[in-house]
Design a protein around this ligand. Structure first.
Ligand code: ZN
Ligand code: ZN
Length: 341
């Protein structure tokens, strides 16, 4: 089988290696598609480092090949599955308290981190969810990013009747839009790219706005919310001005979620009195718990969130470098690797 290793920044190398043999409590899967997330882009350009050499990839769909004798789930050979590739220890305080996305041991040395840029993979049974064959494996590869959006919307306690501002209309922004809409939430999307705004509108956003003209931006949102502002806001773009604009239109007791990660370490552009007087809640969301992943799987399987339009291009695994560069260009929504070819 072939695996794609990142050996140093900007160096991807395809290596031929034996198909791994699962232990009695493990499952061998054949990867179908794997998405290229910001994490993979940052690993590639060297902004983020885990270890070298590393097999990137954490947004994968797959087919079950072999099941270890001690595996006690209902999974069968040939099942289509989606993979939840966080190493959750199920024993640390984060895991036990329902925040396994923050598992203290998820990056612990000596274990595989990520790994789905490979044709075969051995996983634990709790790292997979079965899906019906009616859900295309290409679309199923978006389970992980959808799970992250579900966590994000829970963090801002978004619910029926709310108005939310989604800042940034890239793949993650649009996944938030689609999810929020099926939850009965009114959605306003901000972005500086007119074509992205047009697409957000096309998929159902209630309003779209370019935040470059600060006055028009504030006016539109205030007029839509009876002068109160939005109940919550999710920041999916690392532009600092996005946080600045969002705070100006957040209703008292509103919540803002820093969903994006940043290349550097910017400070919040807000004074503490404004937070104090308005009881603003500022949170972050990082990855997803197994519960979020399960919710995402069901939402995709039930076709409540449909993501086929967010897969912009599929590259064969041999063209991994081109694929990562295309994903990083910002000109597309999700780029996938086809691991079969
Ligand atoms: Zn991801
Ligand atoms: Zn843990």
């Amino acid at each position: 089988m072939k695996s794609i290793y990142l050996t140093e920044p900007r160096q991807l190398e395809i290596r031929e290696e034996p198909i791994p043999i699962p232990q009695e409590h493990e499952v061998l899967v054949k990867i179908a598609y794997c998405g290229i997330c910001t994490l993979e882009q940052r690993l590639f350009d060297g902004q983020r480092k885990i270890y070298y050499p590393i097999i990137p990839g954490h947004e994968a769909s797959a087919v079950v090949v072999t099941i270890g004798k001690q595996v006690r789930t209902s999974v069968s050979e040939g099942d289509h599955v989606v993979l939840d590739l966080v190493n959750r220890c199920h024993a640390c305080p984060a895991c036990i308290s329902g925040n396994s996305n923050l598992c203290e041991n998820r990056f612990k040395k000596g274990q595989r981190v990520l790994g789905a840029f490979s044709q075969y993979m051995v996983v634990r049974p709790d790292q997979l969810q079965t899906i019906p064959e009616s859900l295309p494996l290409e679309q199923a590869a978006l389970t992980e990013p959808l799970a992250c959006c579900i966590r994000s919307l829970h963090k801002v306690k978004a619910s029926l009747g709310d108005t939310i501002l989604i800042s940034g209309a890239g793949t993650m922004g649009l996944l938030h839009v689609k999810t929020a809409l099926v939850m009965g939430i009114r959605v306003i999307v901000s972005d500086v790219d007119a074509s992205r705004l047009a697409y957000a509108k096309k998929i159902g956003a209630d309003a779209v706005v370019d935040p470059s003209d600060g006055e028009a931006f504030t006016e539109l949102i205030m007029s839509m919310t009876w002068g109160r502002g939005v109940d919550s806001c999710v920041i999916t773009t690392p532009a600092i001005c996005a946080v600045e604009s969002a705070i100006k239109v957040l209703a008292p007791s509103g919540t803002i979620n820093i969903y994006t990660s940043y290349g550097d370490k910017p400070n919040l552009p807000i004074d503490m009195n404004t937070i104090h007087r308005n009881e603003f809640v500022i949170t972050g969301s990082e990855g997803r718990s197994e519960n979020d992943f399960y919710t995402a799987t069901r939402a995709l399987v039930n076709r409540k969130v449909v993501v086929d339009d967010l897969v912009s291009r599929i590259y064969p695994m041999e063209q991994a470098t081109e694929a990562v560069e295309a994903a990083a260009s910002g000109a597309m929504y999700r780029v996938l690797l086809d691991m079969e070819v």
